[in-house]
Design a protein around this ligand. Structure first.
Ligand code: SAM
Length: 266
């Protein structure tokens, strides 16, 4: 344990937040997280590329929303701060943009609090995203998000951590219902629709962590958007969503392993 470890964090059981941090080159992780990440690399050798392309999709989705006039963001399952955090991207594009991060993992929350100290336009709330009413009623959410104005909902690599028993379709519907017309929803989601993604092995490897994973088919992922209208190019994979000059595109889009899309509430 280190001085930055909150008391409720169990460093012996790997967490998705800390595994992802390690795969992205971060230092807020423990030995068991790194060992688990190495097991993931053994079953899915391009998993760090999958993580980087996902992070780049997040950046482009936030910039797309900012260009569409979105000035407030609710980032569900925001993770441990790393290069290119949502408030940095959004506030650089449009100063004064407001961002609420939501995560239930103690290290992610502790580091977000440190990073956001003194930023009155950004906050982190430690909540379980499968309890939307608690997330929407949290002090930080109510202080920073005006639900009469469009919101940028970010659900980037969070859906596949939600077990079927939590009713992910209903959870997403609750967030969609809470926001005003003009709001956007960006999401990315693990799928085993593609031969190059070893879904069964990933599911098995993640079973010993705090976060089981549930890859979903294209049809199941589309359900999470409800009646929001997908913007072009629709539901694709991460590196294929509106690539820009900095996009390290996958040679074969299926190597991305994650469906990705952005949709608008009409
Ligand atoms: C892989 S990280 C994704 C971080 C960021 N959204 C991104 O895509 O770069 C997934 C995050 O979701 C969080 N998470 C998983 N299930 C959650 C839940 N039910 N409530 C809140 N956070 C959750 C994990 O703690 C982790 O930090």
């Amino acid at each position: 344990m280190t001085s930055w470890t909150p008391a409720e964090v169990d460093p012996d059981v790997p967490s998705a937040a800390r595994i992802y941090d390690y795969l992205l080159g971060g230092s807020h992780n423990f030995g068991p997280d790194r060992e688990l990440a190495d097991k993931l690399l053994a079953v899915q050798p391009n998993v760090a590329d999958i993580a980087r392309r996902n992070r780049a999709f997040l950046r482009r989705a936030v910039l797309f929303m900012a260009a569409a006039g979105i000035r407030q963001f609710l980032d569900l399952g925001s993770g441990i701060p790393t290069a290119g955090n949502v408030h940095e991207i959004a506030q650089q594009a449009a100063p004064g943009s407001r961002v609420v991060y939501v995560d239930y993992e103690g290290i992610a929350v502790a580091h977000s609090e440190l990073l956001l100290a003194g930023n009155e336009n950004a906050a982190v709330v430690q909540r379980d995203v499968t309890r939307p009413d608690e997330v929407l009623a949290a002090d930080g959410t109510r202080r920073l998000i005006d639900f009469s104005r469009p919101v940028g909902l970010l659900a980037v690599t969070i859906g596949h951590y939600l077990p079927p028993a939590t009713d992910p379709v209903g959870v997403f519907a609750r967030y969609r219902d809470a926001v005003a017309p003009g709001s956007h929803l960006a999401l990315s989601h693990l799928t085993d629709d593609f031969a190059g993604l070893h879904g069964d092995a990933i599911v098995e490897t993640m079973r010993s962590t705090q976060n089981n994973v549930f890859p979903r088919t294209r049809a199941r992922v589309l359900e999470l958007f409800g009646d929001f209208a997908l913007v072009a190019p629709g539901l694709v994979t991460t590196s294929g969503w509106r690539p820009d000059d900095s996009t390290a595109a996958a040679v074969d889009p299926e190597e991305d392993g994650l469906y990705a899309g952005v949709a608008v509430k009409t």
